[in-house]
Design a binder for this molecule. Structure first.
Ligand SMILES: Cc1cc2nc3c(=O)[nH]c(=O)nc-3n(C[C@H](O)[C@H](O)[C@H](O)COP(=O)(O)O)c2cc1C
Length: 175
């Protein structure tokens, strides 16, 4: 896999931090999903949960390179209410036709990544080549760095259209 793009959504900054580290490790470009409506305050947090539970697709803007120009796109986003964060659902739905291969990284407190991977599989119409999950703590204290780099190397070595690589084949923490 030669051309790889990292697309991230982050509410409180942790997924952004992980995406920036991955891009720095492998010299990959990135794009950001930005919400059109602010999620500040308590009502914003409630909306996060409702978006996931009701499978809503909030309005977004995408700032970054066209995903159509890449062999694979790494989708990085937080887990909300044991599922996919709404803005990433919007992105995958809107860009579905341009995503040749996807890989998924979930950032979370403790649980819910497998639901997000399953939803991206359904939404994009293709099984992610590789998926991983990191806790916020691992991102914030930097202990995710080695596993993150292993994830990137495994994706570079994956063949387009190959069967999905289970997370536990390359790292101690699969999604
Ligand atoms: C509304 C909301 C719901 C969340 N639900 C979960 C959850 O179900 N499981 C979990 O492990 N973490 C959950 N978290 C924690 C986030 O996934 C975690 O803090 C993540 O690092 C946030 O990423 P971000 O800083 O990029 O937004 C939730 C956070 C928020 C704000």
């Amino acid at each position: 896999m030669d051309q790889i793009l990292v697309v991230f959504y982050s509410y409180t900054g942790t997924s952004r931090r992980l995406a920036q580290l991955l891009c720095a490790q492998l010299d990959w470009p990135s794009g950001e999903i930005v919400e059109r409506q602010s999620r500040a305050g308590g009502s914003g947090t409630v909306r996060c949960i409702l978006d996931t539970l009701l499978r809503r697709r909030p309005a977004i803007r995408y700032d970054g390179p066209d995903p159509a120009g890449y062999d694979a796109v790494v989708l990085v986003s937080p887990i909300w209410a044991y599922g996919l964060a709404g803005p990433m659902r919007s992105f995958v739905g809107e860009q579905r036709a341009k995503l040749r291969n996807v890989a998924v990284i979930s950032v979370m407190g403790s649980a819910g990544a497998s639901n997000a991977v399953a939803e991206i599989d359904r939404l994009s119409g293709r099984a992610p080549l590789i998926a991983a999950a990191f806790t916020s703590r691992e991102v914030l204290d930097g202990s995710c760095a080695r596993s993150l780099q292993a994830f990137g190397r495994a994706l570079q070595q994956a063949s387009p259209g190959a069967a999905a690589i289970a997370g536990d084949k390359w790292s101690p923490r699969g999604a």
